[in-house]
Design a protein. Structure first.
Length: 307
């Protein structure tokens, strides 16, 4: 953040350029790191489902993530308005619903197609939130790559799994909106810690009903904690920080990278093959995301950023 002294020194006139440039590129690195972490965590969760069930995995993931974030952040409970609490509660409900629906989807259909269908939510958000025609082009290219990555069709998939994946996509779009709002209303990752606790409490009865005593197995708890760190604590924290500096429309287009990351994780961890069409789709999605980021960076060069 620019200090008051920068306006008094002639040599300081040029200093905002470098921080602004880093501020434009920094969120991109945060989003990419979070995406890699969450998809490899999802691949690990697929292997954990036979031990604890889909809702059991979600419950372990959210509980472990909530405990870690609450201990690390120690969020302050007083001094927040009703709007602040309303925002963080809706964010928590969104987190729980997004994770619950997604794991129900991957319990029925493969990881790659599930993420491909889920990412349609952020892509729809990018179209609705963007006010620039060029961003619509990038969203269209990303959407083309997403469908290519899904093999051009989803006719052979379980329709219930497809419905769960699409529902998770709608919750993903809501997650982007409320993550940004929470990040603006709460310092650091305090809002995320509180929202994670809300999501964990929401999923706890469902996880107990499905998995029962399986949730107390030490090995299951250890694996669930690893999934929580990779798929919740690290990526959600990085994305919350990124959304403080990145428009929701650009962030939503970058989410189209998730099917590419999921395909890579499936190839490396689950042994799923990667066809030539899928490789071309990955390249198309990456190109669209890079174009969206470059558009945002170019747009931010002219005006001087406010504190």
């Amino acid at each position: 953040m620019t200090s008051p002294s920068t306006t008094t020194s002639p040599s300081a006139v040029h200093t905002p350029t470098a921080p602004h440039r880093r501020g434009s590129l920094g969120p991109v690195g945060l989003v990419l790191s979070g995406g890699v972490s969450v998809q490899f965590g999802a691949a690990l969760a697929v292997n954990l489902m036979p031990r604890a069930g889909a809702l059991g995995v979600v419950t372990l993931r959210l509980l472990a993530a909530a405990v870690v974030l609450l201990l690390v952040c120690r969020p302050r409970l007083r001094g927040h308005s009703r709007t602040d609490w309303g925002t963080v509660i809706v964010f928590g409900i969104t987190l729980g619903a997004m994770n619950g629906l997604f794991y129900q989807a991957v319990d029925r259909i493969p990881l790659g197609p599930a993420v491909t269908l889920e990412v349609l939510g952020p892509l729809a958000l990018s179209v609705l939130a963007s006010r620039r025609a060029l961003n619509l082009v990038w969203a269209g290219l990303a959407l083309t790559g997403v469908f290519l990555l899904g093999g051009g069709g989803f006719d052979g998939l379980d329709p219930v799994g497809v419905a769960f994946a699409l529902g998770a996509g709608a919750m993903w779009a809501a997650y982007i909106v409320f993550s940004a709002r929470t990040g603006r209303r709460f310092p650091q990752a305090d809002g995320l810690a509180l929202a994670m606790a809300v999501g964990a409490l929401l999923m706890l009865p469902l996880g107990i009903a499905e998995s029962g005593a399986k949730l107390t197995d030490p090995t299951t708890i250890a694996l669930g904690s690893a999934v929580a760190l990779m798929s919740s604590v690290l990526p959600y924290t990085l994305e919350l920080l990124a959304l403080r500096r990145l428009p929701a429309s650009t962030f939503a287009i970058m989410m189209s990278l998730e099917p590419a990351l999921a395909a890579t994780a499936g190839f490396l961890i689950l042994g799923q093959s990667l066809s030539l069409w899928q490789a071309a789709a990955i390249a198309l999605v990456i190109g669209a995301s890079m174009g969206a980021v470059r558009t945002q960076v170019g747009r931010g060069k002219a005006p001087v950023p406010e504190a």
